[in-house]
Write a protein that binds this ligand. Sequence first.
Ligand code: SIN
Length: 287
Amino acid sequence: MTMTVKPMDAALGAEVIGVDLRALDDETFAAIHQAWLDHQVLLFRDLRLTDDDLVSISRRFGDLDEAPVQETGRRFVDGHPEIYVVSNVVQDGVAIGSLGSGEAVWHTDMSYLPDPPKASALYALEVPPRGGDTSFCSMYAAWEELPAPLQRRVEHLRVKHDGTYNSGGYVREGVTPTGDPRTSPGTFHPLVYPHPETGRRALYLGRRRNAYIEGLPLDDSNALLDEIWAHATRESLTWRHRWRAGDLVVWDNRCTMHRRDAFDPAARRLMHRTQIKGDRRDAFPAT
Ligand code: SIN
């Protein structure tokens, strides 16, 4: 088989064709890794992965984080502490996963932590007939296309990434919302930083809700964040993925954001996700 990388007709994303992800030699993985750095998000189609397969493919990108606690307090898939379930499916009255069927707003995974995962891999087991598409946004392009005066204004600022809500709008396990981003739980990260592997500068925004720019009065912080977000999430900077069961998408959290469309709550959507560890030094090198 010859591996082909087919870029999407969009600001980011590529499909990789002609590889057997369950039998990757080092040379093929190096080519996949380079394609991932070049295109920020990779799509592999028509797979039939077990949870073990998903874990071992994800491990090629680095060590894995343990899955966060689900909204229900449930921790992870039995026997697979690295797998997080994204699903609206309810079994015996209990949600088996997180994020329900509503919109998941633009975000970068787990950025409220000091050491957010550098990458995420999402594998589709069941998808609804319509809706539930996932869009990705290039944070390189978001930075590069920011008007120069705005670039100068924000390049040395830090933004607080709120830890109160997840992207589905649900309050995280064990958190009591304060409604004030200055006092809510979260982590300050640089708004702009060089990607540790490519050296390209990217905006790092996390989530809009409850975000706060260090040192500014709250109204000024909100106004500046709204301005940056309006630029960063323009459709021209995005790629929208319509899922099929058997799709695996691997994205780089250091230079992308993503969001998910709502879908019919009566339809089933079941995805398994892994996350590849970052560490603070690796994720946020000196600017
Ligand atoms: C996520 O935000 O990690 C999940 C996105 C999706 O459900 O498509």
